[in-house]
Design a protein around this ligand. Structure first.
Ligand SMILES: *[C@@H]1O[C@H](CO)[C@@H](O)[C@H](O)[C@H]1NC(C)=O
Length: 115
């Protein structure tokens, strides 16, 4: 057999193993509120350009200031931890890829960190 072909056959599965080792599993929830995932509970897989993401959604009230509404958990490409302001809304994003399910809902900690 051609030496090059043989080498290709031997090395073929290697990149696959590498990709699998890199895969990171994250929590998905379309609407998380009061300690429960109300809608769209699932898992997603992040790769070298994506991360696990937690987003807290707030809205502004003249009387009470920023009020927490709900949280969304997913995987995102080129994720950056940040606060995004849009009219009367604020979206606080937290990104991580240090371990599987690292974006799992963090409870009140997440909310306290905002102020
Ligand atoms: C998500 O992954 C966890 C741990 O691997 C598993 O127990 C759970 O069934 C998965 N959930 C879904 C919706 O795939």
């Amino acid at each position: 057999m051609d030496k090059f072909l043989l080498l290709l056959l031997l090395l073929g599965p290697l990149p696959l193993v590498f990709l699998q080792a890199q895969a990171l599993v994250c929590t998905v929830c379309r609407s998380f509120k009061e300690g429960h995932c109300l809608r769209g509970k699932d898992n997603c897989t992040a790769n070298s350009v994506s991360s696990c993401r937690t987003r807290d959604f707030f809205f502004f009230s003249d009387r009470d200031g920023w009020l927490y509404d709900h949280t969304e958990l997913d995987c995102a490409m080129f994720c950056l931890s940040s606060n995004l302001f849009y009219e009367q809304n604020k979206i606080s994003s937290y990104c991580c890829k240090n371990q599987d399910f690292c974006n799992r809902y963090q409870g009140k900690l997440m909310i306290k960190n905002i102020y």
